[in-house]
Design a protein around this ligand. Structure first.
Ligand code: NDP
Ligand code: 2IT
Length: 453
């Protein structure tokens, strides 16, 4: 058994009740095996064992009152995973499924993703098992205040800079930031994803969706291909999915699907600008369900209780490119096999860990271009890093400037992943390349500090 296998085994034993965290550790550490031989000093310094343990985990009670005066108790989390290359950085997820395992998997992934952006950001993640669905604006506001009434002690512009993730978007960041500012009496870059009026960056809302599309375009270009005329499946209908749909349309691709947690829309003729604007209104203003999209556009078909990947498999629908943008473990082995059989060329992960380990194996073994989450969806946190830079300089860049930087960063991540994969003997394997490249910078910084307890 190799040393890295032993580290994986010890994590599996110690945290056997944290399946998502174990999955992320297995994915990353397995692909770090080629570094073991090249850097014996990492083994000696126990870097691999150190990197899987967070610096600290903060867990707290969140008490809030609904519009009927009823009191609710939720659990809040912030995992400050690794600060070797910059302040902890990563989103907040509010979703009923949130627990320590989910937040640890997300925080662990974030270390390597943030490193890949080339910007000085460590890895962290937080959230709550609060369910924002169906809550009024005032309820969201009271929950956000209650959440920040504890979180504020642990964060700061040079310590830990949270942002959004599932269930936390512009509205929520506004409430969180407003409360932080009020109790700290400081107007500072402590959160990203802020509104433009109070320190936000242009392109931050678009960044993850645009970024994953740019990443996929870079992968396609290695085969002399582009998005023009390609049939594209997208899952989710939230922040990431919305802007992935927009960018794919702009690049000439035909988006035939999106979804939410209740079901999937298939629109064979493809999305257009008018339908996209309706979807934006439906999800962001009305906060409705994708089912309602099929009520407005009868040519769209709604599949209740099925994911995009279920529908593609069951209806034998062929797509050229897949951009999963909903949540973890949405693509299973049989979904992957069905897409590959139907001629899938590329998949780029907008969500975090949307493919199971077995599905990834199918994609990689069949020669499909596979863009792993930590590389493909890094555009969001990259523009968060640019928002931090603008806040520190007390100025703001234009839309064109930020978009240009985003495109450069995505190309850089793409090229670095490919180059590193080649260097370590896995040509074309973006997963191995991204994991090793992200890891090396963090590991070298950890080495430079000596043994810091
Ligand atoms: P949003 O909350 O804006 O949207 C999430 C979307 O996914 C919604 O359509 C939601 O459906 C659907 N969804 C959520 N949970 C599930 C589930 N368990 N099963 C099926 N569908 C589900 O979140 P984002 O768009 O911001 O995040 C989507 C993914 O992208 C997440 O994996 C996130 O970690 C990742 N990501 C986000 C970044 C960002 O900048 N926001 C950056 C990098 C990655 P419903 O409307 O029914 O809840
Ligand atoms: O998963 C992610 O990279 C995010 N949710 C964005 C994090 C951030 O700090 O912008």
């Amino acid at each position: 058994m190799s040393y890295i296998d032993e580290v994986i085994k010890s994590v599996e034993e110690r945290y056997h009740y944290q399946p998502e965290f174990i999955q992320a550790v297995r994915e990353v550490l397995t692909s770090l095996k080629p570094t073991e031989e090249k850097y014996p000093e990492f083994v000696k310094a126990k870097i691999y064992e150190r990197i899987v343990e967070p610096d600290r985990i903060i867990k707290f009670r969140v008490v809030w009152e609904d519009d009927n005066g009823e009191i609710h108790v939720n659990r809040g989390y912030r995992v400050q995973f690794n600060m070797a290359i910059g302040p902890y950085k990563g989103g907040l997820r509010w979703h009923p499924s949130v627990n320590e395992s989910i937040i640890k998997f997300l925080g662990f992934e974030q270390i390597f993703k943030n490193s890949l952006t080339g910007l000085p950001m460590g890895g962290g993640k937080g959230g709550s098992d609060f369910d924002p669905h169906g809550k009024s604006d005032r309820e969201i506001m009271r929950f956000a205040y209650a959440f920040m009434s504890e979180l504020f002690r642990h964060i700061g512009p040079d310590t830990d800079v949270p942002a959004g993730d599932i269930g936390v978007g512009g509205r929520e960041i506004g409430f969180l930031y407003g409360f932080y500012k009020r109790i700290r009496n400081e107007h500072t870059g402590v959160l990203t994803g802020k509104g433009l009026e109070y320190g936000g960056s242009l392109i931050r809302p678009e960044a993850t969706g645009y970024g994953v599309t740019y990443f996929a375009a870079n992968m396609l270009a290695t085969k002399g291909e582009d998005f023009n005329g390609k049939v594209v499946a997208i899952s989710g209908a939230g922040n990431v999915a919305q802007y992935a749909i927009e960018k794919v349309m702009e690049l000439g691709g035909k988006v035939i699907s999106f979804s939410d947690s209740k079901g999937t829309i298939i629109i064979e003729e493809g999305m257009d600008r008018e339908k996209w604007e309706y979807l934006m209104w439906l999800k962001n203003v009305k906060r409705g369900r994708v089912r309602e999209f099929a009520e407005k556009y009868p040519q769209a078909k709604y599949y209740e209780g099925k994911s995009v990947w279920d529908v593609l498999r069951d209806e034998n629908i062929k797509v050229d490119v897949a951009l999963p943008c909903a949540t973890q473990n949405e693509i299973h082995k049989d979904h992957a096999e069905a897409m590959v059989k139907n001629g899938l060329i590329a998949i780029a992960e907008g969500a975090n860990m949307p493919s199971t380990l077995e599905a990834i194996e199918v994609f990689i073994n069949s020669g499909v271009l596979f863009g792993p989450a930590k590389a493909a969806n890094a555009g969001g946190v990259a523009v968060s890093g640019l928002e931090m830079a603008q806040n520190s300089m007390r100025l703001s860049w234009t839309r064109e400037e930020v978009d240009r930087k985003l495109q450069e960063i995505m190309k850089n991540i793409h090229d670095t992943s490919l180059k590193t994969a080649e260097e370590f003997g896995y040509p074309g394997n973006y997963l191995v390349g991204a994991n090793i490249a992200g890891f090396l910078k963090v590991a070298k910084a950890m080495m430079a500090y000596g043994i810091v307890y």
